[in-house]
Every structure is written in structure tokens, then in C-alpha cells.
Design a protein around this ligand. Structure first.
Ligand SMILES: CC(C)(COP(=O)(O)OP(=O)(O)OC[C@H]1O[C@@H](n2cnc3c(N)ncnc32)[C@H](O)[C@@H]1OP(=O)(O)O)[C@@H](O)C(=O)NCCC(=O)NCCS
Length: 122
């Protein structure tokens, strides 16, 4: 996976050609002070879940971003997405807090959990 370098807006990642699973990475700001902060989303096709694919994708993300000097990975997860919350906790993410009615999904206001992993090595 390629990772961003320097303070710029970007979007990169790994997604299977059929879109069934993958991982996307975004830089959210052009401000230098946050140059080492990225946001990601990860998803695995329902037929492939429970076989360690999500764990492998996150491990690859963490290793490649740390190698590139990224110090924080953040993401937003719907609270009811317990599998994703559990997966991220096992990878060293923590829940920063619950953001209320921040998303509008199919016409319904949704809360999300803001999660982050601060690299211990950078
Ligand atoms: C979350 C998701 C990526 C997990 O992928 P996966 O390949 O099935 O996960 P893995 O098999 O690698 O499981 C790794 C760990 O995640 C957790 N986990 C995975 N599925 C789980 C489930 N159904 N319930 C609880 N924990 C679960 C467990 O801690 C598991 O470790 P264990 O097997 O030792 O118990 C997958 O369920 C998914 O795509 N869900 C939708 C994701 C989504 O909405 N993404 C957008 C927001 S980031």
C-alpha cells in the first residue's frame, strides 16, 4: 500500500477490483501540524469475514503508515458496528468519544464513534 507523504489532501489504499473488500486511506487536512494524521475505513465482503482478512488489512495499514512516519490513524464507526469496534480495539485503537447526530444516513441522523490509534513508536 502506498501512504501519503507531506501535508496535502490525498486518498489512497487497497481495494479489490470488484470492490468486495479493501481499505482506504485519506488525509483530512493540509495543515503541516497534522501531516502525520490519516483517516481510514476498512471493510471485508460478508462472505469472507471471520477468516482474519480484516486483521491482516489493519496490520498492513499500521506497519506501512508507521514506516512512512504517520503517527495517528483515525476512523469513525457506527456504534452498532460491534465487529469493527472489536477489530480495531484488538489492533490498538481506542474510542475517543461518541459524536452525536453527526452523520445523515438514508435520511436518518446517526451517531458515530471516533476512534484512533496513536503509534507508540513515532
Ligand atoms: C469489521 C470487519 C472489517 C472485520 O473483518 P474480518 O475479516 O471478518 O475480521 P477478522 O476475521 O480479521 O477478525 C479480527 C478480529 O475482529 C473482531 N471481530 C471480527 N468479527 C467480529 C464479530 N462479528 N463480532 C465481534 N468481533 C469480531 C475479533 O476481535 C476478531 O478477532 P478474533 O477472531 O481473535 O476473535 C468486517 O466485519 C466488516 O467489513 N464489517 C463492516 C465494516 C464497516 O462497516 N467499515 C466501515 C467503518 S471502518
Amino acid at each position: 500500500m502506498s501512504v501519503p507523504s507531506g501535508p496535502k489532501m490525498c486518498r489512497c489504499g487497497f481495494v479489490r477490483p470488484d470492490g468486495s473488500h479493501g481499505l482506504r486511506l485519506y488525509c483530512r487536512t493540509s495543515r503541516c501540524v497534522y501531516a502525520g494524521v490519516v483517516e481510514h475505513s476498512v471493510y471485508v465482503h460478508p462472505a469472507a469475514r471471520g477468516r482474519g482478512v480484516g486483521r491482516l488489512l489493519l496490520a498492513a495499514l499500521i506497519a506501512s503508515t508507521e514506516a512512512a512516519g504517520i503517527w495517528t490513524i483515525q476512523s469513525c464507526i457506527f456504534p452498532e458496528n460491534t465487529a469493527s469496534v472489536a477489530l480495531h480495539r484488538t489492533a490498538g485503537f481506542r474510542v475517543v468519544g461518541r459524536r452525536e447526530r453527526i452523520g445523515r444516513h438514508h435520511g436518518r441522523w446517526r451517531d458515530v464513534l471516533l476512534i484512533e490509534r496513536r503509534s507508540p513508536v513515532i
